[in-house]
Design a protein around this ligand. Structure first.
Ligand code: ACO
Length: 343
């Protein structure tokens, strides 16, 4: 057990988000594929999604979200020790986080990407919590950003209606036990079910020399077994949340909000019903943004913080889930900006 006054945990002290300017409604998508607003809304809750334009690459959205989170926390880029970017759709496979670092001018920080699809933000937040809670680092930005419009087959109505682009960031800092905002977590993955949802390298090889070939890089569009992913989500998310609540001695009635990955309103409602949490306490912005993958959780948090629903001290049960398959849960307490007097 840790004693003394050194760092113990991680406080969530700021947030920001950025989405592309262009919004495509369900009706508009109906001009491209055979679908309808009624079909999409009734099965998913999605009404529209944002799609990045040529001047809005992932780095741009992630950097805008990151700067807003810095501003909200009252920090400058020089304060940062760590920038973690959760994404499955990088601008550069060698890493997009350093580009964000460069855009912010956060020269003291180390920046790297973390890939875990729609679980990515939650996994990155938990990862940052280990650096901060151990005292190894003081201040971090955790960003969730995805531009899956790059990797969707826009002629496949079974997937293209689901996804959208966006970025959001949370500013976190080392703190003592009384301010700790990461009260518990669980993480899982199951590669035996990987084929349910993939964005995989093409199996494409070209002659190199002699009898040798070299693989030609490139990815196939998103492939998804929607029904299997749905069954996975409604089984595993309540199970991992129940495990987390029990481990932390928390009752559903103590929660202010459920902050779940925004994949499908039916999944959100099923999880809420499992814990008898009123639907009004289930944060949802699927109608406006669809599934922005690693961005959904911080995008939703930023909206609810800025419109005053989430208040300092509020307790949130969060769960991310998706490709991998991967899933996780965290019990979070929102602190909010700590003011100029704080270190
Ligand atoms: N518009 C109209 N009809 C459609 C559309 C569409 N956009 N898409 C599929 N259909 C049709 C199908 O062709 C099928 O027609 P058929 O009966 O004539 O064959 C019919 O609708 C039913 O298709 P299903 O796939 O069975 O539809 P379902 O009710 O399962 O809903 C959905 C599909 C919404 C995708 C659901 O399975 C789901 O939400 N799954 C979870 C998906 C998810 O959350 N994915 C993201 C995970 S997070 C990550 O890591 C990226």
């Amino acid at each position: 057990m840790r004693v003394g006054i050194g760092p113990f945990g991680m406080a969530l002290v700021g947030c920001g988000s950025a989405v592309p300017a262009a919004s495509i409604s369900n009706q508009q998508l109906g001009e491209r594929v055979e679908t309808s607003d009624e079909w999409i809304r009734s099965r998913t809750g999605i009404g529209a999604r944002r799609v990045a334009g040529p001047d809005e690459p992932l780095t741009c959205l992630a950097s805008r979200a990151a700067q807003l989170a810095l501003d909200h926390a009252g920090w400058t880029a020089d304060d940062l020790d760590l920038i973690l970017l959760a994404t499955s759709s990088p601008d550069d496979l060698f890493g997009t986080a350093p580009r964000v670092q460069g855009a912010l001018g956060a020269s003291r920080a180390v920046a790297f990407d973390l890939t875990a699809a729609c679980s990515g933000f939650l996994f990155a937040l938990i990862t940052a919590g280990q650096y901060l809670g151990s005292g190894a680092m003081g201040r971090a930005l955790v960003i969730g950003a995805d531009q899956l419009s790059r990797w969707v087959d826009w002629d496949d109505r079974s997937t293209c209606v689901l996804f959208g682009d966006g970025a959001a960031a949370v500013a976190v800092e080392a703190c003592g036990a009384s301010d700790n905002g990461l009260l518990g977590f669980r993480m899982r993955s199951d590669g035996s079910r990987n084929a349910c949802l993939t964005l995989a390298q093409l199996d494409r090889h070209a002659p190199l020399l002699g009898g040798l070939t070299a693989q030609q890089g490139g990815f196939a569009p998103i492939q998804m077994n929607g029904q299997e992913v749905y069954k996975f989500a409604v089984r595993e998310v309540p199970a991992i949340l129940a495990e987390l609540l029990e481990a932390t001695g928390t009752t559903p009635g103590q929660l202010d909000w459920l902050l779940l990955h925004q994949a499908n309103q039916r999944i959100l409602d099923a999880v809420a019903d499992r814990f008898a949490v009123p639907h009004a306490q289930v944060l949802s912005n699927l109608a406006h943004y669809g599934n922005t993958s690693a961005a959904t959780i911080p995008l939703m948090l930023d909206e609810a913080v800025k419109d005053g629903r989430v208040q300092p001290g509020h307790l949130l049960a969060s769960s991310g889930f998706g490709a991998g398959l991967s899933w996780g849960a965290a019990l979070l307490r929102w602190s909010g900006p700590r003011g100029a007097a704080q270190p």
